[in-house]
Structures are given as C-alpha cells and as structure tokens.
Write a protein that binds this ligand. Structure first.
Ligand code: NAD
Length: 375
C-alpha cells in the first residue's frame, strides 16, 4: 500500500499534508510513503527529514500520482492530476464537495474513493480529525496579529513618562472557533475586547476569555441548529443587529469578522456606512473574505482603503503559519487514517460508522455522503 504526498500547487498554499513525524507512523505500520520533491519546503519540512522517516522522494509528479493507493493533500488536486490517478485510488483532502460538482463527477466516473477533510462531522469522537477547527483556530490567532500589525496604535495600555496610552478596542463578530481564538489573542496583546455572536450559548465562552459580550435585543433564542451551528437571522433581526454593531464599530480600533453560516454566503455585518463612521486608521480584518465577506467593502486577497479605514480580506491565512498548520493538519489526517486503517495498514470503509459515512464523498463509482445525496 503506497501513500503519496504531492506538492501543493494552489496559489498562496504553503502547507504540506503530512509532516515527517506522521510519515514515520505510517512507515512503522509497513506502508510505503512517497513524497514529491520539496513538497514540505514552503513549510520548512525538508526532504531529508522525510527520508529519515522512511519515505522516498519522487521528482516526477505523474509517477507519484500513478503509484498512489492513497493520495493525501490539503487542497483538491487539479483535474489533470485526478485524471492520472488509477481507478480505486483513495484521495483525502479538503474537497468542498457541495461547491465542486464537476470534481465530484470526475471522482465518481474514475471510481476514486474521495474523503473530504471538510466533511468530518464536528462530534467529540472526531475531534482529533477536525482539520477545519485546527485551521480556523490558526486563522483566528493570525487575524488578531494582522489587525495589530496594521494598526498605527498600541494594543495594550501603556504608562510612559510621556503620558498614559489607553488600550485599543477590538470588536470580534462571530465567536466560533476562529472568533474565540481572535478574542484570546487580542486579549493577550492587551486590547479591550468585545464580541458578538447570534448564538447566545457562546456568551459564557466569550466572557471566560475576558471579553464583553455585546447583546442585541430580542434575537430569536432558536438561532442554533441541533448540530450547534448558526441559523440565518430574519430580516428585522439582521437590521437590529446592524444598528448595535454600528454603535460599537464607531468606538473600535480593530474589527475582526468571522461570521459563518454553513452552506450560505457570509452574512453581511459591516456596511459601507459603518466603515465611514469608524475613525481614521481603524482596521477591519475579514476572515470571511473567501466566502463573500462579512464587510460590504471586502475584496478577497486585497486591502481596500475607505475613508482612511483599512479593510483587509486575507486569503488562505493558515498558510502564513504553514509550519504549525501543516503539523495540525497532519495530526488530524493521522486521526482519520487511524480510524480507516486496520492493524496491517489496510483501509476499511464501514458506512454504518458516522465518521466514515459523512466523510466519504465518492466510493466505487457512487456518491456516499448523505449531505450530497440530500442536496
Ligand atoms: P464557526 O462555524 O466555528 O464560527 C462561525 C460563527 O459565526 C458561529 O459562532 C456563528 O454563530 C457565527 N455567526 C453566524 N452568523 C452570524 C451573524 N449574523 N452575526 C454574528 N455571528 C454570526 O466557523 P469558524 O471555523 O470559526 O470559521 C470562521 C470564518 O473564518 C469562516 O468564514 C471561515 O471560512 C473563515 N476561515 C478563513 C480562513 C482563511 O484562510 N481566510 C481559514 C479558516 C477559517
């Protein structure tokens, strides 16, 4: 059984799917691991470390793809790569199957068994495989650092001989995985932090990090699905929410937006009018940039300056911390492989199992994922 790790080809992608430490676990199980030359270079995992872990380095990408029984990557490989794979190959990566119909058709027609790291259910048994949470946590941390870096002010309170400087005010919108990490990071840097989320359940978590929870009056108590995700707000609730955010935005130095409703475009929380009411030099970091943005002015991958306010729309922010992002993704991948492989390193697909069922998108020419079947 050969596990192959290609070099990522997407723009801005510096991560590698498996780090040498995880490769060692696979070679100890008796699996052959082939790594494309310099696959880990951009995240500082060097070829020599892979060789020490028992892997072989392959210079020829098409040979690597042809040799794969299991192909492990971060982003979905381009279609020409998928065409090169043999029938029955197992592919594990971020697939975003709902948004990528053509790729799913290709995987189905080639009888590739494709597992989506983004489709791992957020249940406690699958926590060690939850790559989305690992990556969002990194994004939240880095968003606070980007905000601090771009702001022309201190974050902490400073008592100097030249006078006292008040701490910066940070407003975090959306207190899920990324939002909570942004709050924690901004607090550690000494800012005064406020946060808002439509799920009242997170108020306690926000407060436990030392931030103030912003209350919007009369929001529906049922703003959460059974799976713990947010539901879309009604139009009048959205309007009330915007009024409250507007008041808090006027006083904020940094706004970090992370609001997400699974399967929907990012909710619009910060309007152009609000940006115009912020002070000169204020910064907005919009983590939802790739999904349409939580701010009306966001452009993915760009910094827009409106009325001297910087609106930053970072893309693939996790690649800015590629070493640890690769480490965490690799550990999540090991969690999933451990779940699928038997003691001899052979994969088994038990579709009675909730994790395997939800994560498997295609298998033997069929669609397996209930999420896709329902769609
Ligand atoms: P999550 O589901 O854990 O959290 C999203 C939060 O938004 C939830 O708590 C939800 O209740 C809240 N929310 C939904 N609608 C809201 C509204 N109208 N007002 C306030 N809060 C609202 O998601 P996450 O994993 O923390 O990801 C957050 C965002 O970060 C997503 O947009 C994700 O795509 C993005 N992200 C970006 C990168 C990157 O590289 N740029 C990397 C990882 C995550």
């Amino acid at each position: 059984m050969t596990v192959a790790i290609p070099k990522e080809t997407a723009e801005h992608e510096n991560r590698v799917a498996l780090i040498p430490e995880t490769v060692k676990k696979l070679t100890d199980l008796g699996l052959d691991v082939v790594v494309e030359k310099e696959a880990g270079l951009a995240s500082n995992y060097l070829d020599d470390a892979y060789i020490e872990s028992g892997a072989t380095i392959q210079d020829d990408r098409s040979e690597l793809l042809k040799s794969a029984d299991i192909l492990i990557s971060i982003q979905t490989p381009p279609s020409e790569d998928l065409e090169t794979l043999s029938e029955g190959t197992i592919l594990i990566c971020f697939l975003w199957a709902l948004q990528n119909e053509e790729t799913v058709e290709l995987l189905k027609s080639k009888s590739i068994t494709a597992l989506g790291m983004d489709a791992i259910p957020r249940i406690s048994r699958a926590q060690n495989m939850d790559a989305l949470s690992s990556m969002s946590s990194i994004a939240g941390y880095k968003s606070a650092l980007i905000g601090a870096n771009e702001l022309d002010r201190y974050l902490p309170m400073m008592m100097t001989a030249a006078g006292t400087i008040a701490p910066a005010k940070v407003l975090v919108l959306g207190a899920g995985v990324a939002g909570l990490q942004a709050i924690a990071t901004a607090k550690r840097l000494g800012a005064v932090v406020e946060a808002f989320d439509i799920r009242p359940a997170v108020k306690e978590q926000v407060e436990s990090l030392g931030a103030t929870f912003v209350e919007v009056p009369d929001l529906d108590d049922e703003s959460e699905t059974e799976g713990g995700y947010a539901k879309e707000l009604a139009e009048d609730e959205q309007e009330r929410q915007r009024q409250v955010i507007h008041e808090h935005a006027k006083k904020s130095d940094i706004i970090i937006t992370t609001a997400l409703i699974p399967g929907k475009p990012a909710p619009l929380l910060v309007t152009k009018e609000m940006v115009n009411d912020m002070h000169a030099g204020a910064v907005i970091v919009d983590l939802a940039a790739e999904n349409g943005g939580n701010c009306e002015l966001t452009e993915a991958g760009e910094t827009v300056i409106e009325n001297e306010v910087k609106v930053i729309g970072p893309i693939n922010i996790t690649s800015m911390l590629a070493y640890h992002a690769s480490q965490l993704y690799s550990k999540n991948m090991w969690g999933l492989l451990n779940h699928l492989l038997d003691e001899e390193g052979k994969p088994h697909f038990d579709f009675e199992d909730e994790i395997t069922l939800n994560t498997t998108i295609t298998h033997e020419g069929d669609i397996i994922s209930p999420m896709l079947k329902e769609n």
